[in-house]
Each structure stands twice: as structure tokens, then as C-alpha cells.
Design a protein around this ligand. Structure first.
Ligand code: BDP
Length: 322
């Protein structure tokens, strides 16, 4: 065999044996390792790797290592992050259509919220995000439970919030909500909140049980006041620039796995809420259950009027979901 022919044969053999490098999907979340959303996304990645026969791997960047949520949304729009799990809260300023779910007391309870996101209205909002100029493809929902206030003294009615500064997510709608509830809303990144509460820059905040516990916020603000003012579903989105480079088959596979992730996260979420509620009890946190929710509902009517006017038909349809 002539040398050049031998070289060619060898090259072919080596080429055939060498595995094609997998495409790495970069995923991100503000929550740490072990949090339901993070676990569900990692499992989506594992399934994607198997079902694409190794074409894709998913690398998770948890715990806000890539920045706060606002910045991660921007990175996803720019294609620096491929898949992001985010609250709808900070997505509101980018895609105003999602604000319908960000309004105070828009859902009667969590069961109502789940029914809405699982049905045609949920699909419509996902489609609106994908069709908007935000350069994102909305893949599915995740559960964000119910957000309640946490404070250094008990809060039962709007007057109890007088003079108190409460951290809210970055969206003017939430500042209006807190101001209407009787306090003073301060917009601030999630990462700064613990020390802001410690030093008294803010007096408290609001979030669901798993976040309140995971971030150790309960060690500083020891009253968890069941206002239930926001039930905000969470979402996971893909960078449109990256999405458009995928084959239709791979897009369909990711969409299928996204649906599975939505329901897997929900089961993990329910377990986590039970576990973290027990932790709160054990830690001596006071759960303020005798909150005058009706008073907070009434106080926030102007917010629903201001932001809801453009969604009147949709809100009617949301109310009609039984
Ligand atoms: C948590 C959400 C997370 C938000 C955070 C916040 O899961 O996406 O970043 O609240 O309050 O419940 O900023």
C-alpha cells in the first residue's frame, strides 16, 4: 500500500471512530442545586442526551452564578445562555403580555393557576412570548407557588405595612402593588436581599415558601404573613437565535421534554413545599394566618384596573376557568 493511500485509510478509520463532539446546551437559574426547577431542568438535560443519542448535553449554571434574573434574561436574548428558567415577574418589562399573570390576586388559588397554565390560555401566553420581539422561545411553565410577605413584625392588614420598605422583583407593576398594599415597594436584585434585610435597607420582602427557606431569609424576617397576593407561574425560555439553529426534529424533541419537565417540576415542588413548611415550623417562624386578605384584595384593585384594562377579555376567560 502506498503511503498516501495508507494515510487516507487510517484517516477514515480514525474519523469514523472519533465521536462527534456533543453540542452543549447552557442552562441557568437563580436557584441553587437541588431546587425543584433546577432538578427538573437537569433531568430534561439527561433525557435530551439519551434521546438525542449523545448529540446534546446540558450544562446547568445554578445559584445565580451568571448574574441576577434580569441580566440572565438579557443573556438569553443575546444567545449567551441557551435555556433559562425565570419568574414571569422580571419578564414583564420585556414582554408586557405576560403581566396578566403578574397582577395581584389574578388567580383564586394555586389550583386555579395550574388549570390556567395547563390549558389554552397558558399555551397562548407561551405563543405570545415566542412571537414577540424578545428573541425568546417559550417552552413551558414551572410552578412558583404563592408569594406571601415576610417581615420583622406581624402583618395582618394594609395599615400594618405603613412605613415599611419591602423588596419587590424588578417590574413597576410590583412596586405599584406593594404601594397599594400599604407599604413602600423597593425594586432590588434577589442576590442583595439577604444583607439588605439584615442591615435594614429593607424591612422585609415576599416570596413562596421554598425560596424563603432556601435563601435563609426566614432567619432575618421571622414572620411569614399569608397575604397570598401574588401567584406567579414561572417559565423556561430558549434563546431564539440558538433555537433557530436546531433541526425541526431536535426542536420537537426539546418541546416534548419541556412538557415532561413542567409536570416533573410540579411533583418536586409539592414535595418541597411540604418539606420546607416543616422546616419553618421547626425554626420557630411565626406563620401569620389570620390575615385580612379581603382588605389586601380591595387595596390592590387600582393595580388590577391600571394594568388589567388591556387584558379585560383574557381576565374574564381566566376567571371563567373553574
Ligand atoms: C423566586 C423565583 C425566582 C425569582 C425570585 C425573586 O423562583 O425566579 O428570581 O423569586 O424574588 O420565587 O427574585
Amino acid at each position: 500500500m502506498r503511503t498516501s493511500k495508507l494515510a487516507a485509510v487510517l484517516a477514515t478509520a480514525i474519523f469514523a471512530a472519533a465521536p462527534v463532539a456533543a453540542v452543549e446546551i447552557k442552562a441557568a437559574d437563580v436557584h441553587p442545586e437541588g431546587y425543584p426547577n433546577v432538578v427538573a431542568m437537569q433531568n430534561l438535560g439527561k433525557k435530551l442526551e439519551t434521546q438525542s443519542k449523545g448529540k446534546y448535553t446540558l450544562k446547568m449554571f445554578p445559584g445565580a452564578v451568571l448574574g441576577d434574573e434580569k441580566s440572565m434574561i438579557e443573556q438569553t436574548q443575546a444567545g449567551g445562555i441557551d435555556i433559562l428558567r425565570t419568574s414571569l415577574g422580571p419578564l414583564g418589562p420585556v414582554v408586557p403580555e405576560v403581566n396578566v399573570f403578574n397582577m395581584p390576586f389574578v388567580f383564586r388559588d394555586e389550583a386555579h393557576m395550574r388549570k390556567v397554565i395547563d390549558g389554552p390560555i397558558g399555551d397562548e401566553i407561551l405563543a405570545k412570548i415566542s412571537a414577540s420581539s424578545a428573541k425568546l422561545v417559550a417552552l413551558g411553565w414551572m410552578d412558583g407557588g404563592t408569594r406571601n410577605l415576610y417581615t420583622k413584625k406581624p402583618v395582618r392588614k394594609p395599615a400594618d405595612l405603613a412605613g415599611q420598605k419591602l423588596r419587590m422583583m424588578g417590574n413597576p407593576l410590583f412596586i405599584d402593588t406593594m404601594n397599594a398594599m400599604g407599604g413602600s415597594g423597593i425594586s432590588m436584585g434577589f442576590g442583595e436581599l439577604f444583607s439588605a434585610m439584615q442591615t435594614g435597607v429593607v424591612d422585609g420582602a415576599e416570596n413562596n415558601v421554598p425560596t424563603y427557606v432556601t435563601q435563609n431569609h426566614f432567619t432575618v424576617a421571622k414572620y411569614y404573613d399569608l397575604t397570598g397576593h401574588l401567584i406567579i407561574p414561572e417559565i423556561f425560555v430558549f434563546s431564539k437565535a440558538k433555537w433557530e439553529k436546531l433541526t425541526p426534529e431536535d426542536q420537537a424533541l426539546i418541546k416534548k421534554l419541556a412538557k415532561e419537565a413542567q409536570f416533573e417540576q410540579r411533583a418536586l415542588w409539592d414535595k418541597r413545599v411540604t418539606m420546607d413548611s416543616a422546616r419553618l415550623k421547626a425554626a420557630g417562624v411565626t406563620i401569620v394566618a389570620d390575615v385580612d386578605k379581603q382588605a389586601f384584595y380591595k387595596a390592590t384593585q387600582p393595580v388590577r384596573d391600571k394594568y388589567g384594562a388591556q387584558f379585560a377579555d383574557l381576565i374574564k376567560r381566566i376567571n371563567d376557568v373553574k
